[in-house]
Structures are given as C-alpha cells and as structure tokens.
Design a protein around this ligand. Sequence first.
Ligand code: SF4
Length: 467
Amino acid sequence: MMKAAFINTNLVKPPIAPIGLEYVAESVRESGHDVSVLDLCFEEDPETAVMRFFRGTRYDLVGLTLRNTDDCALASRVSFIERFLSIVSVVRNNTDAFLVIGGAGFSVMPVPIMKKAGADAGVWGPGERAVTRLMRKLEKNEEWGSVSNLLAKSDGGWRMLRKDDREEYPDFPFHRDLVDNRRYFREGGQAGFETKRGCSKRCIYCADPVSKGRTIRTRHPDSVVEEIQSLLTQGIDVLHTCDSEFNIPPGHARAVCRRMIRAGLGDKIRWYAYCSPAPFPRGLAGLMRRAGCAGINFGADTADAKMLKRLGRDFRPQDITHAVKACAAEGITTMIDLLIGGPNEGKESITRSIERIKSAGPDRIGINVGVRVYPGTPLHGMVAEKDCGLVGNGETYDPRFYLEPAVAKEVFDLVGRLTRNDERFFFLDPAKDDRNYNYNENKKLVEEIRLGARGAYWDILRKASGE
Ligand code: SF4
C-alpha cells in the first residue's frame, strides 16, 4: 500500500468542486492505497497550507490538478498557469514524493506546462487508470514510462509513449466523499457530475477533444444515478453536467434521463447541462425535464450559416430556434453562448447572428468577443498561417485570442448597439462591467450564492436581475 495525496490548486471564486481530482483519488483508494486530499480553494494562504500539510508526513505520490488554463475572456486574459506552477514549486520543496500533475486544463497543453513544472510525470486526460497503473509500477519499482496517457521525460523532452483516448470509466460508482462537497455547494451553488467523456466533433477552436479525447466514452446510467444519490445524501440537490455536450450521442442522453426518472430523481434534484443545438431530437426536452433538468446552455457560437461552417459547426441556424422552442415548451430555461470575431467574421454576420438569436427566444444570451486559440486545435494552425488577428503574447500557454482584423476596431461598439435594449444579453465589454458574466472572481455571483441562490451561474445571474 502506498500513501498518496491529491491537491486541488483551483482558487477561483465562486468555488468549483474538483470533480476530476475526486474521481482519481477515489480510484486510487479503491485500488487499496491510502489517500488524502488537500484542497487549497478554501485556504487563505495556499503556501502555508502546503507547508502545514506536509509537515511530519511522508507521501509516496502527490498529484496536483489544473482545471483551467485561464479565464477564457479576451477583455481580462487572466492566466492561472503561473499560480499553478508556483504551487507545484512549493509542493516540490516540501516533499520528496513522486510528483504527478494533470487535470482538464493541463491536458490542453501538457508539454509546455511540464517543461516548467518540475514534476516527475504528467497525466493527459482522465487520470483514474493512468495514476493507479503508475502507482502499481512505482510500488514494484518498475519502469512506468509506457503507461498509457502518462508524460515522461525522454531524450531531454516530455513525451507520451502511449495515448489511449478510448479508456473506459472505472467500473465502480463514485461516492464523492473525499472532497468537502457540502461546502462547495454552500459557496459554489451547484455540484458537477459526468455522464460521458470526449467529443468527436471538429469545431475549429474547441479544446475539449484535445483535452478529453475525440472518442466518446459513455458511462453506465446506473453509475451516474448512484453518484447523484450519494450527493443527494449530502444535501446536494442542484447539479450541472460536466459533459462537453449532454445530448451527444442523444441515445445515451435519453438512457440517462430514463434511468434518473425511474430512480425518482426528477422530483428531488434540479440540474443543468451544456448541449449542442443539434441533434436535439423530438421528445428529448420532455425527458430531460422529467429527469429534473431546469436549464440548458447551448454553445451555438453564431446563428449565421456561413460562420457556422467556418467554425466547423455541423448544425443550421434553424436548429438553434428549434432546440430553444422545444425547451421553452417543456419549461426548461435556455441560455445561448455566442462567439464573435472568428475567422472572416464581418459586420453583417455579427448583425445577422445577433438578430436571429434574439428572435429564437432564449432566456439569456452570452456574448464572447474573440476566440481563444488553444494549441492542438485547427484554429491554432489557421492563425499561424494567417499571421494576423492574434491578440495576446508571451509564453505558449498565455491566453491568446483570434479577433478578425476586419471587425476588431468596432466590434465592441457594434455588439453594444445591437444588444443595448435587450436585458437578456450578458456581454463583457472592457469599458464597462454592468453585464459581466466572466465567472472568475465574480463578486455578484459569490454574494447571490451566499444569500442562498443555487444553479448554473448564468441562471443565478438571470434571477438576480429580477426575472
Ligand atoms: S464545441 Fe461542443 S461539439 Fe464542438 S468540439 Fe467542442 S464540445 Fe464538441
């Protein structure tokens, strides 16, 4: 038996429970090791907390997670990586344990982070099997570099010898008892759960397939329900899926909903999901509603047909309207996220997109100006060829955005004009913050949750505005 510790480095408020870390820690415990969790999210002084944690205790392996690389907003461009690296460095100075780093953010750009982190190994993608296999090797003093999805040092650089993006979920249900989920719920207003991993679509900017894999691995609906029931016994009854898109594939979405309905969860919990506007087959909204779904965030990006194609989306503008109306008919609240300023965007496409979305009738519309350029995505290659339109510079991992030069100068004014008299819009204009929906350090959200609000952040902000 080895002694392992897992450290959550995400300090963002409102706090978001480290679901990936908890899944990995549970898997390691399930395979017979001793497990502790150090959660820096609620610590006043993370550095001192790390020193206190390691004082007098020896660990064989320590894992640290990076959930997000940055706040993904062009107006603020706050990177979380330097802070992560400094925590890794404090940990390194306080333990001689084998140090492994991973997480969804890390997995978007593992090599540049490994080069700076001073860790012994990195985990690309889900870590449950990779970390337990690594521990088995370490315990037997065996070479571990060929374990799937691990980055190891080789020829002076960091490499992954075997990538496996088909890796199935561990075959036991997660109990969600290693992190203080009650406190996260109290201060963060919701809890996450997964029904699948990965996305096979090819949207040009999206880092999810890079980070979580292109093969969709679904989870058995029984296992999803057991996990939700564990959270429910902790008093946590408002949840959000962490799936890239809950409705892809639709057959699995339906199976999960039916299982939830059969377990009687529809009357006991409220949950939210990210969905694609298509496929959104007839009857899905009704099933989701009966399973307890209260709101859906559709990442539509645009309602202009040409821009949809350019962004690699495979649905039509009318699919957005159809999905929104199907949800409204069932009493599901909807939010549409738009992405403005992608390659070849023009004033006309922006205007067309915003006007169409207004008439589709969602409850809220979020606008992001500038498209985050992540390494490993098709957009990354396109931008290198175009040699213009890039905002931001610095290290490979610093936030960089593409903003179409043809609209860059006037885009904020234009979007401001098009959305001014419509209260449904969230829009982060660097000149004002009255419609801010950047969730990082969002004081309004923190306060609403403190006062008892629960739900998806966009829905909490919607209700706070008086609806
Ligand atoms: S935007 Fe959604 S559908 Fe497209 S690749 Fe990302 S997760 Fe998949």
